[in-house]
Design a protein around this ligand. Sequence first.
Ligand code: NAP
Length: 383
Amino acid sequence: MSGGRPTRPVGIRRFHFCLASGDSWHTHLQLDTDMRENGTHTNGQHPDLSAFEGVDFSDAENRDVVIIGTGPAGWTAALYTARADLEPVIYMGPEPGGQLTTTTDVENYPGFPDGILGPEMMDRFQEQAERFGTESRYGTVTHVDFRERPYRLLIDEETPIYAQTVIVSTGASAKYLGLENEQRLIGKGVTACATCDGSFFRGETVAVVGGGDSAMEESTFLTKFAEKVYVIHRRDELRASKIMQERAFENDKIEFVWNTEVIDVLGDQSVEGLEVINNETGATYTMDDVTGFFLAIGHTPNTGPFEGWLDMDEKGYILTQPESTYTNIPGVFASGDAQDDEYRQAVTAAGTGCKAAIDAERWLAEHGVVAPHAEAEDVAVGA
Ligand code: NAP
């Protein structure tokens, strides 16, 4: 999500969402019924279940709500389901706290006028969720079996647990080139979030790598602050939409560097240049005026364990029913960046985590697993 320099604050690209209306609830129930009747799998076949072979589920816990992932979406889902007395268990995953733990100051989450450090913010999310009874556990959900409820999950390949409902909040990860020095300088001038970090490069020269809409949008945005913005693209034509291309072409501060790949990021404590290669001529050279390096080569949703079970778009983002967090599997809900390729903000993720919690609570009540709870009705009208 965000890098930036250690000595300067870093914002997070996140913004606003709204609660589902009470009206849409009935629509969801109908969709749920339809999905049950129509089957849940796109190809009619179940994914490989061999990981479950030999795992003894006879004494496995059976939880009403299992939340997977501990970014803003997961913790918010935990807060709401805990307050609804559903005693959620949340699995922290391989990166507890999610993308926000890799940043410094978050300046665009409402309610923190002076900003807050990303890791501290996630600690507070956790503290608030646990105050109401959330059980937090280290561990990664590696396999799921969504054939019948209660659903079977495997934690770290081996520990079994049953779940009546599952809230998937596994997030997405920005793609990086994978260069050693690029990785070392993340947060020190290397970043995948122009919206978060652009303002820290006032009057400087920065480079954006990528040729899609994100690269065009972010390079155009960066010209608000930077004196000059290079767009380094590996081909000689852009993938971006015409209108976004034209906007970038018309901007005097943007210079395109075609057929070029970044092969090293220079600098000790901060970015001091790029080593690049022209892939047509084979010539390598240094761009030593670059002090900020922005990746805009896409994101990867962390949805691997759900492939074959949950409907996804071609990039692997989980598809949810309009205006809800319902997936194609009844009782499985998706929230946060794992289902959002568009906004990817902390506050939108938190908003969908809240929606997933309310959807799960209502679903459990509707299916007779738990009694209806007053708070769901309160929040449905905007409390
Ligand atoms: P994208 O469309 O997948 O583009 C990624 C770009 O990065 C491509 O130009 C690709 O090059 C390049 N790239 C990928 N891997 C690379 C590597 N290892 N080294 C160098 N270059 C690499 O991703 P995106 O721009 O993030 O857009 C994602 C989706 O969001 C798209 O559907 C887009 O339309 C949408 N979006 C919309 C808006 C908007 O409408 N305002 C803004 C942002 C994004 P090649 O072209 O050579 O493959």
